[in-house]
Design a protein around this ligand. Structure first.
Ligand code: PMP
Length: 416
């Protein structure tokens, strides 16, 4: 299979693990390979309410066997979904536009920001990921080579208070000051800012916990310069962090545009832009929007089922409680393992930063890679993130129980 894959799909595709996993079935938080070996899924956030949740499966099957078409005809599902989705946002964010992927949602958000502001400049945090289209690739500072970044994109440091350059009480101000500098740099290059774009949990940068007030300050700075604040909620959204339904709520902020994806359809391709009506009115003056598959009746049925399950199964609360249980367990492990430099995050989106030396905080890249391999041998799937790939990403479906969490902690202890 590895050879066929290489031949058929080519070298831009990557596989996880030295001994790749061949998964054939999923159920709740468990994945099963072709030999019947089971794995606890501590990596995938897309199956938000659990792999193959029967209610999502039924909603998709019912609708796909009745009708699937696009959004240029009237259909109740897309309206019900837009109503229920926007109800989850602050009142001003009252309009939804549907897409099939997070990349498409960010692409559309960038178009809206440019059209509404009349500007082209974009400010992004370093080592961020926002998508695979041309425009989103240009702001995916984790992927793009420095030489390829266009002049209208300026990068600011991710507000990392563990490893970053500012760690004290004034970190929010000092990191926000980089946005002021970025606006100035854009000006020197002949651009004004259209938007500041940020993944509110900064997953690719290493699940950075921004110092309180950072987003709020940046929103003020970018708006005063005529740009918009785009919150990329593709990763932290839908209650993932336990404390809030959306990542931006952690900083008491109402973004101008929010983008959604990954967990929204529990694996069915579904994504959205949610924003203010006045911005869409302004965008819609010169543009029309159509997406052949985005928000179709089947996708909307999947999205409605996901929202319903999050609420009925109390999954945001579960994420908070089980996440806390894991953090406590990780902190106990850190007492005996000096390589655990930092444990952070909240809900079921946690980072375990591995270091060679706690004082110097030297990234333990090789060790982290080995731990991920060891965990796989012990039936647990995770991954690494961050510029140095030394951070374990702990991000399971939202249905993880404390029993599952114990299984993970025991496997991690053994792997370390
Ligand atoms: N934004 C963020 C923060 C992401 O993590 C991703 C996917 N990893 C995307 C956007 C792009 O989403 P998609 O792969 O669905 O296009």
């Amino acid at each position: 299979m590895i050879a066929r894959r290489q031949m058929l799909l080519g070298s831009a595709y990557r596989l996880f693990y030295e001994n790749p996993v061949h998964i054939v079935r999923g159920e709740d938080v468990w994945l099963y390979d072709a030999d019947g070996q089971k794995y606890l899924d501590m990596y995938n956030n897309v199956p938000h309410v659990g792999h193959c949740h029967p209610q999502v499966v039924a909603a998709i099957c019912d609708q796909v066997s009745t009708l699937n078409t696009h959004t240029r005809y009237l259909h109740e599902n897309v309206l019900a979904f837009a109503e229920q989705l926007t109800a989850k946002f602050p009142a001003d964010l009252d309009t939804a536009m549907f897409c099939c992927s997070g990349s498409e949602a960010n692409e559309l958000a960038l178009r809206i920001a440019s059209a509404v502001s009349g500007n082209k400049g974009l400010i992004v945090t370093d080592y961020a990921y926002h998508g695979n289209t041309r425009a989103t690739y240009e702001i995916s500072t984790s992927d793009i080579a420095a030489g390829e970044i266009p002049g209208y994109v300026v990068t600011v440091p991710a507000p990392d208070t563990y490893r970053g350059r500012y760690r004290g009480d004034d970190a929010a101000d000092r990191y926000a000051a980089h946005v002021v500098d970025a606006i100035e740099l854009l000006k020197q290059r002949g651009y004004k800012p259209a938007a500041f774009v940020v993944d509110t949990i900064m997953s690719s940068s290493g699940i950075v916990s921004p110092p309180p007030g950072y987003f709020h300050k940046v929103a003020g700075i970018i708006r005063r310069a005529g740009g918009l604040f785009i919150a990329d909620e593709v990763q932290p959204g839908f209650g993932r962090t336990g404390r809030n339904f959306w990542g931006f709520e952690a900083d008491d902020l109402v973004p101008d545009i929010v983008t959604l994806g990954k967990p929204m359809g529990n694996g069915h391709p579904l994504a959205a832009v949610v924003t203010r009506r006045d911005l869409i009115e302004s965008f819609g003056k010169n543009a029309q929007y159509f997406n052949t598959f985005g928000g179709n009746p089947v996708s909307s049925a999947a999205g409605l089922a996901v929202l319903d399950i999050i609420e009925r199964e109390n999954l945001q609360r579960n994420a908070l409680d089980v996440g806390k249980f894991i953090i406590d367990g990780l902190e106990r492990l850190a007492e005996n393992h000096d390589c655990i430099g930092d444990v952070r995050g909240s809900g079921l989106f946690l980072a375990v930063e591995l270091v060679m030396d706690r004082e110097a905080r030297t990234p333990a890249t090789e060790l982290a890679g080995q731990v991920v391999e060891n965990l796989r041998e012990r039936g647990v799937l995770t991954g690494t993130i961050g510029p140095d790939s030394n951070i374990l990403k702990v991000r399971s479906p939202m249905t993880l129980s404390t029993n599952d969490a114990e299984y993970f902690l025991a496997a991690l202890k053994d792997s370390l």
